[in-house]
Design a protein around this ligand. Structure first.
Ligand code: ZN
Ligand code: ZN
Length: 587
């Protein structure tokens, strides 16, 4: 806490020295811009009520916009008018925080217009249309009394039939993959209008009459969803579109979504080079460790096969299923202590991370994830949801624990919690910009988490060694490289599948042989890449940009470079695209 106050004081002192005629006018411009942002956010929530409630703003929960041509025209008008409005605030007169917000708003508006006019996924991706998740949130999330939530639920159901009628009008030559996804997800979600609603009604204080009214509307919703699904199943689709996005659309989507200083092609080349570098480092470690783990046995001549055997033997070191949660929990204080001892960055002790068993609605996913309070619930707890392996059969648990073995589990904790996502979020909350919290840059957020994995190992982090260790063990490095190959190959896969016609067979070869993934994991990844585009690039792109920026700052500042200062300054800009943080830091 203290640290931030001090920085603010320093900033005020500097501002006083330079304040003059122009500065006063700029201050005025910045406060006008702040007012504009507040109004913009309110207008956006009316425009996108589903988005609003997903981040904790519930005033418009009863609204369900019908996705027809008129709604699209209205959205384009809205975005264009924001682009005109933005012009009233000359960039030169805005401070650096507002400049970034300006760029984020501009990007968002252009992205929305481009999505409607060029990308047109509302035509070829039938899975865009699914109301079930947002209705489920209204029942599952305890943000208001149940009766009040049921009232919004009821009003919102009114538009469900019109919503799916519009969907049928929009969908043209959809891809097979998105059609299948739409069918699965809509059928899977339909129970919210049956079981979930029934359960909620039983718990509520509504009258019998009110309950009957809601149930009647729910019957109409179920019919609308069923009708959409059977329409998808039965409509002939002769000139179906490929799920591959194609180079032109991909390039633009990458620009809007990742907002990187690199182009998609540049990042693809970087990922390929990085993969080769990782392989050669992994082989060097394998050679070094071979006699320790395979005494007297010949090493396979094929380098990838040798690495694969070494990974296999190291993966056998893992906790017992019943110790999984405890093992994760135990590491957190160790991580905090390590960061303190090595002076890597300040960690605010007043915002502890609450470790909890994953809530029911997430059950069965295992692993670990961060659940942070949204911008409308800033004082809420940040939870670290840790999955349990209770009730898993022996074989499934064993394969899972091999994947999240002794080494990888530590890297997972670094990524998700400290100093990865959780720490970044605490810092982001210190730069209070609603724009950055709703339009935050995923490549920066994921990139930071991926960057910290390497940074921690570079500083000697290894759970088997103490805080005074200078260098992590070769075992730890090898397993880290395997983990890092995942985000590297995510990028290669995404780029090649969407712009270079990569076949399923070649994709499996990349993931299984070159990235050492289990077949089941690789198959899951193929499914994901066939229904998403660009998103898989955010990890590696953000990581590359942050790492490059750090090296650039090192070269620039020479012996004055301080890692702790670099981290704290970097995080102080909030979840902004790395290229804008770079601009601000080099200024
Ligand atoms: Zn085992
Ligand atoms: Zn992450």
């Amino acid at each position: 806490m203290e640290l931030f106050n001090m920085r603010k004081l320093l900033f005020v002192a500097c501002a006083l020295l330079t304040i003059g005629f122009g500065a006063a006018a700029n201050q005025d411009m910045n406060s006008q811009f702040n007012k504009y942002k507040d109004k913009l956010v309110q207008d956006m929530w009316r425009m996108y009520p589903g988005w609003a409630s997903s981040i904790g703003y519930h005033n418009y929960d009863s609204l369900l916009p019908v996705p027809d041509a008129a709604a699209r025209a209205n959205e384009i008008r809205f975005c264009k008018s924001q682009l005109i409005e933005l012009k009233k605030y000359p960039l030169a007169s805005l401070n650096s925080a507002n400049k970034t917000d300006y760029y984020l708003i501009e990007n968002q508006m252009k992205y929305s217009i481009w999505s409607i006019e060029q990308l047109k996924s509302y035509e070829w991706d039938p899975s865009t249309y699914n109301v079930c998740g947002s209705f489920a949130d209204m029942l599952g999330n305890d943000y208001a009394p149940l009766e009040q939530r049921l009232k919004s639920f009821g009003e919102r159901m009114d538009k469900v039939p019109a919503y799916y009628s519009a969907a049928k009008k929009n969908v043209k030559n959809p891809t097979l993959e998105h059609t299948k996804l739409a069918i699965d997800q809509n059928m899977g979600g339909i129970s919210v209008f049956r079981d979930d609603l029934n359960n909620a009604l039983q718990k509520s204080k509504l009258t019998t009459g009110e309950k009957a009214k809601l149930l009647a509307r729910a019957t109409d919703c179920i019919a609308a969803i069923n009708s959409y699904v059977s329409w998808l199943k039965n409509t002939p689709n002769v000139s179906q579109r490929s799920f591959r996005l194609g180079a032109e659309l991909y390039k633009r989507k990458f620009e809007f979504e990742i907002q990187s200083g690199y182009t998609a092609l540049e990042i693809f080349h970087k990922a390929e080079a990085h993969k080769a570098e990782l392989h050669s480092k992994m082989f060097a470690i394998t050679k070094q460790l071979w006699p320790k783990y395979f005494k007297g046995m010949a090493m396979p001549a094929n380098e990838l096969a040798a690495i694969n055997e070494m990974i296999g033997v190291l993966s056998q070191k893992h906790v017992k299923p019943e110790e999984f949660q405890e093992a994760i929990e135990k590491q957190l204080p160790f991580l905090v202590n390590f960061i303190k001892q090595k002076d890597l960055l300040y960690i605010d002790p007043s915002k502890p991370l609450v470790v909890r068993r994953e809530p029911d609605y997430m059950a069965g996913v295992a692993g670990a994830s961060i659940n942070a309070p949204g911008p409308y619930d800033k004082n809420g707890n940040t939870y670290y949801n840790v999955g349990s392996l209770d009730g898993w059969d022996k074989e499934k648990a064993e394969s899972y624990l091999r994947e999240y073995n002794h080494y990888i589990l530590q890297i997972l904790n670094i990524h998700e919690a400290i100093p990865g996502h959780y720490t970044q979020l605490v810092y982001a909350n210190q730069s209070p910009s609603i724009i950055k919290s709703i339009l935050g840059n995923n490549a920066m957020i994921e990139g930071w988490a991926v960057y910290t994995e390497r940074m921690m190992l570079e500083n000697g982090y290894d759970g088997d060694l103490g805080s005074d260790a200078k260098e992590a063990s070769p075992e730890m490095w090898l397993m880290y490289y395997k983990w890092n190959l995942r985000s590297t190959c995510n990028t290669i896969l995404d780029y090649k599948v969407h712009t270079m016609q990569m076949s399923r067979e070649d994709a499996m070869k990349l993931l299984v042989t070159e990235a050492f993934q289990q077949k089941a994991e690789a198959e899951g990844k193929w499914k994901r890449v066939s229904v998403s585009q660009v998103q898989l690039c955010c990890y590696f792109t953000g990581y590359s940009e942050i790492y490059a920026l750090r090296e650039e700052m090192k070269n620039k500042l020479k012996e004055k470079f301080n890692l702790k200062k670099f981290h704290e300054q970097f995080l102080s800009y909030g979840s902004a695209p790395v290229k804008y943080i770079r601009q601000a830091m080099l200024e």
